[in-house]
Design a protein around this ligand. Structure first.
Ligand SMILES: [Fe+2]
Ligand SMILES: [Fe+2]
Length: 372
C-alpha cells in the first residue's frame, strides 16, 4: 500500500500521497477553495530572503527545545482514519447542516494548506539551517492536516485539488513582519478554536455529529507549537513588539483576525446548532483564550468586554449579510446594497480599532505549554 499523508515526513510526500488517491474531480470544492475575499483563507508570499536572515541566537535555548519536540514527531500517523472513525451518514444529514459543514471543511482545508505552501516555500528558498528546519517541520504538519480534512471530504464525494490550488490560487504578498503577526495569531487562534470545540464535545458527546472532532486535541497541539515558533521569531527582534507603529499594527491584526472569525462563524448557524454551540459564546471564549496566550509576546490585548465590542461585531455581521444579499441580487440595486454594507462594515471596524487596549507586561521568556 502507498504511504498515507499522516505518515509523511515532509510536506512534499504528504501532498504526493493525497494526489495518488483515486481522482475526484470536484470543481465546485476547488472553486470554493480558490475564492479570494476578505473572509476566505488566502495564500501568502513574502520576502523570503529577509526571513532567511533571522538569527535565532537570542532565543537559542528555547528554540532548540521547541525544534527537538517537533522533530520527535509525536503526531506521526495520527491524522488518519482508524477504528475511532465512525460511519458518517452524509445522505441522511440535514441539507443546511451538510452544506455548512462541507463549507467549513473546505475552508479549513484551504487554511491548513495555505500554511503548508507558505512554510514549504520558505524551506525551499532559505539556506539558514534553523529557519529551513522549522519551516520544513511546520509544512509537514500542515500538509497532514489538510490531507486529513480531504480524507473526510472524500467520503462526501468531494476533494480539494491541492496541487491545482498551489499553482492557480492567487498569492497575497505580506512583508515578513506582517507574516509574523498574522501567522502567529492564526496558529494561536487555531489552537483556541480546536481545543474549545474538543473540550465542549468531551463534555457533550451527543453533539459530536462527525468523527473528525475526535482528532482535534493532537491537532491543536501542532498549531500550538507552530505559534510558539512565531513567538520566538518575534522575540529575536524586540522592535517588532515595542515600537509605537508596530503596536498599532498588532492591534490592527488582532482586530482583523477576531472580527473576521466572528463574521465567518455567524455565517454557519446550522453547523453551530448541530455542535450545540452558540457562536457568540464560542467567539468570546476563543478570544479570551487567544488573548491569554498572546500575552507571551504582544504588549496588549483587546478589551473584549468593552460595551462597544459585541454590539459592533453584531453590526458588522449584519453588514456582511447585506453584502451577501447584494451580491446575490446583482445589478445596480445589488451593487448599491453591497457598497452600503461594505461602508457599514468599514465603520464598524474603525469603531473596534478605537476601543482602548489593555496593556500587558511581556515576560522575558515567552515559552508556554498548551493549558486548555
Ligand atoms: Fe494546521
Ligand atoms: Fe499550524
Amino acid at each position: 500500500m502507498n504511504m498515507h499523508s499522516s505518515n509523511a515526513s515532509t510536506a512534499e510526500e504528504a501532498i504526493a500521497a493525497q494526489e495518488a488517491l483515486p481522482p475526484l474531480t470536484n470543481d465546485e470544492a476547488t472553486k470554493v477553495a480558490m475564492a479570494n475575499t476578505l473572509l476566505t483563507p488566502r495564500f501568502y508570499t513574502t520576502d523570503f530572503d529577509e526571513m532567511d536572515a533571522i538569527d535565532v541566537s537570542p532565543v537559542r535555548k528555547e528554540w532548540d527545545v521547541l525544534i527537538a519536540g517537533m522533530k520527535a514527531d509525536p503526531n506521526k500517523g495520527h491524522f488518519k482514519k482508524n477504528e475511532d472513525w465512525d460511519d458518517v451518514d452524509w445522505d441522511g444529514m440535514e441539507p443546511a447542516l451538510k452544506a455548512e459543514f462541507i463549507d467549513f471543511l473546505i475552508s479549513s482545508c484551504t487554511a491548513e494548506f495555505s500554511g503548508c505552501v507558505l512554510y514549504k516555500e520558505m524551506k525551499r528558498r532559505g539556506s539558514n539551517k534553523d529557519i529551513t528546519e522549522l519551516f520544513q517541520l511546520m509544512a509537514r504538519d500542515e500538509a497532514r492536516h489538510a490531507g486529513f480534512i480531504n480524507d473526510a471530504l472524500r467520503e462526501a464525494g468531494i476533494a480539494v485539488n491541492l496541487g491545482f490550488l498551489t499553482q492557480a490560487k492567487k498569492y497575497t504578498y505580506f512583508r515578513p513582519k506582517f507574516i509574523y503577526y498574522a501567522t502567529y495569531l492564526s496558529e494561536k487562534i487555531g489552537y483556541a478554536r480546536y481545543i474549545t470545540i474538543y473540550r465542549h464535545l468531551e463534555e457533550n458527546p451527543e453533539y459530536r455529529f462527525h468523527p473528525i472532532f475526535k482528532w482535534f486535541r493532537e491537532w491543536c497541539n501542532d498549531e500550538f507549537s507552530h505559534g510558539e515558533a512565531f513567538a520566538l521569531l518575534m522575540k529575536t527582534d524586540p522592535s517588532l513588539t515595542t515600537t509605537r507603529v508596530n503596536k498599532l499594527w498588532i492591534k490592527f491584526f488582532l482586530t482583523a483576525v477576531f472580527s473576521t472569525m466572528w463574521i465567518r462563524d455567524h455565517q454557519r448557524p446550522a453547523f453551530h446548532k448541530a455542535l450545540g454551540v452558540d457562536p457568540s459564546w464560542y467567539a468570546q471564549e476563543v478570544y479570551r483564550k487567544t488573548s491569554e496566550i498572546t500575552k507571551q509576546v504582544f504588549p496588549m490585548t483587546l478589551d473584549i468586554d468593552h460595551p462597544r465590542w459585541l454590539p459592533t461585531l453584531e453590526r458588522m455581521q449584519k453588514a456582511n449579510v447585506q453584502i451577501a444579499a447584494g451580491r446575490k441580487q446583482g445589478g445596480i440595486g445589488g451593487w448599491l446594497k453591497r457598497m452600503a454594507g461594505s461602508a457599514k462594515a468599514g465603520v464598524g471596524f474603525v469603531s473596534l480599532l478605537t476601543i482602548p487596549v489593555e496593556k500587558n507586561a511581556v515576560p522575558a521568556n515567552p515559552r508556554l505549554e498548551p493549558a486548555y
